[in-house]
Design a protein around this ligand. Sequence first.
Ligand code: IVH
Length: 678
Amino acid sequence: MTTAAPALSLTDRASYDHAVEQALAASAAYYGDGDTTLDDASYDVLARGIAAYELAHPDHVRADSPTGKVSGGVGDVAHTVAMLSLDNVFDAEGLVKWDASLARRIDHPVEGGYAVEPKLDGAAMAARYRDGRLVQLVGRGNGTHGEDLSHAIGSIIGLPAQVPGGATVEIRGEVLLTRDQFEKANEIRAAHHAKVFSNPRNGTAGTLRAKDRPYTIKTTFFAYGALELDGAGFLTGTSHEAVMSQVAALGVQTTSATDIGLRVYATLAQAQARVEEIQQLRPELPFGIDGVVIKANDYAEQQAAGFGTRHPHWAIAYKLPPVEAQTKLLAVEWNIGRTGHIAPRAVLEPVEVDGSTVTYATLHNPAFIRNSDLKVGDTVLLYKAGDIIPRVEAPVVTLRTGEETDIVLPEACPGCGGDIDKSGERWECAGGASGGCGKIPSLRYAVGRDQLDIDGLGVTYLEALVEAGLVDDVADLFFLTREQLAEATGSDKRADSLLVQLAKAKKQPLSRVFCALGVVRTGRTLSREIARHFGTMDAIRAATADELAEVNKLPGANAPKIAAHVATLGPVIDKLAKAGVNMVEPAADDADTVSKPLAGETVVVTGGMHGPLAGRNRNEMNELIERAAGTASSSVSKKTTILVAGEGAGSKLAKAEQLGTRVLTEDEFAALVADYLA
Ligand code: IVH
């Protein structure tokens, strides 16, 4: 599944010295303001290279070598029991070897099952409860002594200040910033003119260490272990799972409360299968994980296996491929979106992240460029998980050579050369979508699969049609002649098939026609809501901002903007109507609605669709749900009444099971809505 992290080959003393200094600088920066100069994977490679060199040249080992200490953030609180780290494996083969060595140590194969839980990517923390009160927080430090972090009590979600039953126990776990907390933290820091955190892990370290700040940043705790404190005899459970239940009963959040949960499997093969599932779930998680932890569940087996100097023998970290990497920022491009949004894009030295090569990444907006002090030529930290668009997090300032150059922000719209509206954080072409620059993106959007679905009308042909002066807006497409289409596409055959597509597009429901207009602040879901609410294009055009604000799911503040844009689109809409494009949403009269199969149901779809539903994307599934009178939703909550679980369903399925939501297979769902599959 994954390959081992590569090692760095250090051949001479000078390169060894250089590597040690690089690692020390990274560690100092990390434990200084929480901002690392190296990503995790690069640090790993460096540390392995240093360790390998030291093994071969024991007389060259430096006293300050990072291999000699666990970390730089040493404090003075003695740990009850040393806080060790976990040994790593990178693939199924490594896991099997770990299991074999575990079986040797305990003299028989594991019998009490394997506990599988996420390896949370934050900072390790010991929380001491005495007589039911949270009295001290201790960071990991060097493993035997850690820093006192008690000042953070009250700001960590999942670690209540008081627990029932007067419990005395030490709970260990990971503190992290969820993605939402990370964004919130950076908003707060930007408002206080503090440097923004480059990623959640660094943000956690920086937040925990900080005292006396004029603002509070909330973090989140998940427990993954517990120890006796003061010989109080609190821990009566005889397995990891049982003890974690005891901890959860105190109201302390444990790994069970994560979207992945804590599961126990009888066999190693099942644990391995779960690792693969977790890898699939990773992009959807609300926080970062850097692996999966597998533990012998039974305490007697844990005890029999025992500890090495640095790691327990009864647990292993199955590392997942890093989602962070470092690479060079070669240039910045400015692209224009369908509504005239001018977005900066990083052109990067290609780098492998999470199984694919990344060459471009988003730079968010000009404010991000300004605030992060990014320069062309910088080494940058890059983040990519699953199918989330890769993003540049921050420059690695310590790796600057002096050759870097400032990023030039555009003076004029790069599309049409006109003015830029810089009033918001996002810059927009002052001409908007109707200005020349937004034309191609807005036409591409209009003919897209979820709007008019005009197959075969790609950007090259659209550009040819616009350049020939034949098309100015979406409505013009419907007036094109066979000759004009043949000229633009260079083929009579293509022209004929496009004419068929255009004829088909005229019959699309109002929701898709309206969506194709690319009205500001609207997308597919809202377009369907608006179309259903008003029924006809005329009614939408006649609606006031107040009337628009009544539409379900429409943020009220957006209504005036939508109304104003619809008004400016009057001539385009008139032209569409003249071309014979449908302007009505198929009616769903109430009497009829109740008899439809999904009446009153709130449906969430997860995983890939096969069988009769094959090839439908989420938007098409949502349309299907709504045709059958259901409400489509994207996340599972108490309101969800049906979850359709396709291939690879993960955290949403787990949540639905937890909530007791009705779960249907693809086939069961297809049968339920069979009459609406057309
Ligand atoms: S168990 C005796 N479980 O990973 C060590 N650790 O290198 C027991 N971590 O410093 C650790 N998630 O902070 C354990 N579910 C999990 C974890 C976890 C994250 C961290 C932990 C430790 C590091 C191991």
